[in-house]
Design a protein around this ligand. Structure first.
Ligand SMILES: *[C@@H]1O[C@H](CO)[C@@H](O)[C@H](O)[C@H]1NC(C)=O
Ligand SMILES: *[C@@H]1O[C@H](CO)[C@@H](O)[C@H](O)[C@H]1NC(C)=O
Ligand SMILES: *[C@@H]1O[C@H](CO)[C@@H](O)[C@H](O)[C@H]1NC(C)=O
Ligand SMILES: *[C@@H]1O[C@H](CO)[C@@H](O)[C@H](O)[C@H]1NC(C)=O
Ligand SMILES: *[C@@H]1O[C@H](CO)[C@@H](O)[C@H](O)[C@H]1NC(C)=O
Ligand SMILES: *[C@@H]1O[C@H](CO)[C@@H](O)[C@H](O)[C@H]1NC(C)=O
Length: 650
């Protein structure tokens, strides 16, 4: 039975001795350990988020984790990645969770699964689908009936799919987390946790080990733990390991010690310095954790990339950049680091690690500079970006009201009065979510930004066209503000009056880019605008050919944007993510070889929101072989947080 569904060949050879005997995994409260097939067991795990790594590289990364000496991996399952709109599920290609689990098992890794429904994870809205916000006053992560109905449906799809992958059913999954750090959330709704627990049990059975994870402090554990669900903690290196586990012992007097998130590095925000954590401190604390026999998960073992629009944000509003490198032991691109080998050295002291060479870092290639040319402004391209045309509304509509979860929405209106003198255009309630590029009669007038810039001055005649392109920079993923509506979520004022009479355009930019529409429509740029410090949001395009006669191309590369300011970039229709060298600290974006073509020219499409490097020109993007994630931050917002205290994010 164990082999009926998955991993027939490997499973049967690996576990031949246990065939016929059912596999078991449980918490042994008497001996303070896990018990796997009757034997005392502890896991040494690393976090890898399949949703942040192209499928073509899953095996490479998992093999490297296996060779480091890990016996287990941990992953989240982001709900919004798999159910982009209600009842439309996607488990294929880069979202093929079953394939990922199968690969892990084939390689010999067990899995600690964290299916949420909320995951935090520096991921848009903490993994919750934005369409939940169609109910305006929904109370997420509670017993709110609409929230629960959506969760029940999602889990009713996900969990039955995962059931065959449970260890006791012959699969790799040893434990399953319920919710995520629920004790850090304001609601403290035990009925919600109880509901999730019985939901998980009804789909997965009573044998599966369910657990919770919370900060290592009584305050967090209070609302995060539940009788019958094994309580674990998370904490970073550099502190007092036994004191941290004392917190777990208070919630869970017996059973294995478990640190579910031992931080190997830390996250970044645009406009703050790149976070790094010393290898020596990580190795020292890891050694202490393993010495007392605890199970541990290294968060992250490989961070990967927030491709597309998937990054989250903290508050006061601070979105995370495209790279989720995390200063982890494997880089964003899967490269081996000193931290990797230092961790391997520590693990060796406690566990026999696999013999043989570690897979090398994948080679990187500098394809060089690619000339770019201006294609169109966003406003000029409206008829191909917005098939259905505008929705008219007296007051502005949100992204959700427009039924558009991600990207950009255009708001158009007219100046109701002459503004011959500079007149303040304001968002008095801080309702620009998150950044608005304002132009009057096609000339850039300024930028409004959530929590940072609530007023600009505009000038123009009555009747002048006002275009406001609003960018969703990523939904808040942590804390009480996760109901993060996007777009113009409150009225704008001009002088003392509320602006009205909007035409709101939902924009299908990704679709237009991947269908090559922006290239086909030919350039309609009228004349050359004079160079100015600020330009209207516009598309740019360029192509490059992978050179012949060099073995092993295409290889991975990094793209950088000399003289560009902020925007979004696609290669061959694949949305690589946001670039923002004008703010930093991330300068280069990781480009996996799997999206490049050797057969035909590769297409680079850029939506630049602020500056126009191609006027007067020439302008290029550049492909280099070296990542830069730690440039000096060019912002007045320079505070750097002390490491590892979740409360600092509150
Ligand atoms: C499902 O996700 C994959 C990977 O992101 C994508 O290539 C594919 O187009 C998606 N399928 C649908 C039907 O949206
Ligand atoms: C660490 O915490 C424990 C209590 O769990 C305490 O006994 C010990 O003295 C602490 N060690 C240091 C170095 O502070
Ligand atoms: C707008 O213009 C007024 C008058 O010229 C000036 O005092 C004010 O600082 C300007 N505000 C901004 C945000 O530029
Ligand atoms: C805009 O203002 C009007 C009139 O005060 C109000 O009814 C409406 O709710 C406001 N809209 C938003 C999105 O704040
Ligand atoms: C680049 O775009 C051209 C024109 O749309 C298309 O023929 C070609 O296949 C694209 N290249 C790739 C690698 O997708
Ligand atoms: C960025 O990191 C590189 C490589 O570790 C290092 O050489 C460089 O000095 C760092 N730059 C800054 C500005 O910190």
């Amino acid at each position: 039975m164990a082999c009926s569904r998955i991993g027939v060949v490997l499973l049967c050879s690996l576990f031949a001795s246990t065939l016929g005997v059912p596999q078991t995994f449980s918490v042994d409260y008497k001996n303070d350990c896990f018990r796997k097939d009757g034997e005392e067991f502890r896991y040494i795990s690393g976090s890898i988020h399949y949703n942040r790594i192209p499928r073509a590289y899953w095996k490479d990364r998992l093999l490297k984790m296996y060779m480091a000496g890990l016996n287990t991996i941990q992953t989240y399952v982001p709900w919004n990645f798999h159910e982009p709109s209600p009842d439309r599920y996607n488990f294929s290609g880069d979202r093929d969770l079953e394939h990922f689990l199968q690969l892990a098992q084939d390689i010999g890794l067990l899995v600690v699964l964290r299916p949420g429904p909320y995951i935090c994870g520096e991921w848009d809205m903490g993994g919750l689908p934005a369409w939940l916000l169609h109910k305006k006053d929904i109370v997420l992560r509670t017993s709110d009936t609409d929230y629960i109905a959506a969760v029940d449906k999602w889990m009713g799809t996900l969990l039955p799919m995962l059931k065959p992958f449970l260890y006791q059913n012959g699969g790799p999954i040893i434990t399953v987390q319920v919710e995520n750090e629920y004790g850090s959330y304001f609601a403290c709704d035990y009925n919600y946790l109880r509901h999730l627990t019985s939901l998980f049990r009804s789909h997965l059975g009573n044998d599966v080990v369910l657990f919770t994870t919370d900060g290592a402090g009584a305050g967090y554990l209070k609302c995060g733990t539940l009788q019958g669900v094994y309580a674990t903690v998370d904490f970073g290196p550099g502190g007092n390991v036994s004191a941290a586990f004392d917190a777990q012992r208070q919630a869970e007097p017996h059973g294995p010690l478990v640190n579910s998130e031992f931080y190997t590095g830390w996250l970044d925000h645009w406009g703050e310095h790149h976070s790094t954590v010393s290898t020596a401190i990580v190795a020292k604390s890891l050694n202490e954790i393993l010495a007392i026999g605890a199970s541990v998960n290294l968060y992250m073992f490989i961070g990967g990339t927030n491709f597309g629009y998937w990054n989250g944000a903290n508050t006061p509003y601070a979105p995370q950049p495209t790279s989720y490198d995390y200063d982890a032991p494997l880089t964003e691109a899967g490269d081996l680091t000193d931290k990797y080998f230092a961790i391997q050295d520590v693990i060796k002291l406690y566990r026999k690690i696999p013999e043989g060479p570690v897979l090398p870092s994948t080679p990187k290639y500098a394809y060089g500079a690619v000339p770019m040319k201006k294609l169109h402004t966003v406003v000029d391209a409206l008829d191909i970006l917005s098939f259905s045309g505008p929705v008219k509304s007296i007051y502005p509509l949100t992204f959700i009201e427009m039924n558009q979860p991600f990207g950009f929405v255009l708001y158009q209106t007219k100046l109701p009065v002459d503004c011959s003198k500079p007149t303040p255009l304001s968002s008095p309630l801080n309702g620009v979510h998150d950044r608005a590029y304002v132009s009057v009669d096609g000339v850039a007038a300024g930028i409004l930004e959530r929590d940072k810039a609530l007023t600009i001055n505009v000038t123009g005649k009555a009747g002048s066209q006002v275009d406001i392109l609003v960018e969703n920079m990523g939904r808040v993923n942590y804390g009480k503000d996760i109901n993060d509506f996007k777009g113009l979520v409150s009225n704008l004022t001009l002088g003392a009056d509320i602006l009205t009479g909007w035409e709101v355009y939902s924009l299908s930019i990704d679709q237009a880019v991947s269908q090559g529409l922006l290239w086909e429509m030919g350039s309609r740029v009228a004349g050359t605008p004079p160079p100015s410090p600020l330009s209207v949001p516009s598309f740019y395009g360029g192509t490059f050919v992978i050179p012949d006669g060099i073995p092993d191309l295409p290889q991975d590369t990094y793209i950088q944007f000399p003289d560009w300011r902020k925007g979004q970039v696609w290669i061959n229709g694949f949305n690589l993510g946001r670039y923002w060298p004008a703010r930093g600290p991330q300068i280069t974006l990781y480009v996996p070889a799997s999206i490049l073509s050797t057969a035909v020219p590769n297409n680079v499409t850029v939506l630049e929101l602020e500056g126009d490097p191609c006027t007067p020109g020439p302008c290029t993007v550049e492909f280099t072989n070296t990542p830069v994630l730690n440039a000096t931050v060019k912002s007045d917002h320079k505070h750097q947080r002390a490491l590892f205290h979740k409360e600092d994010l509150l």
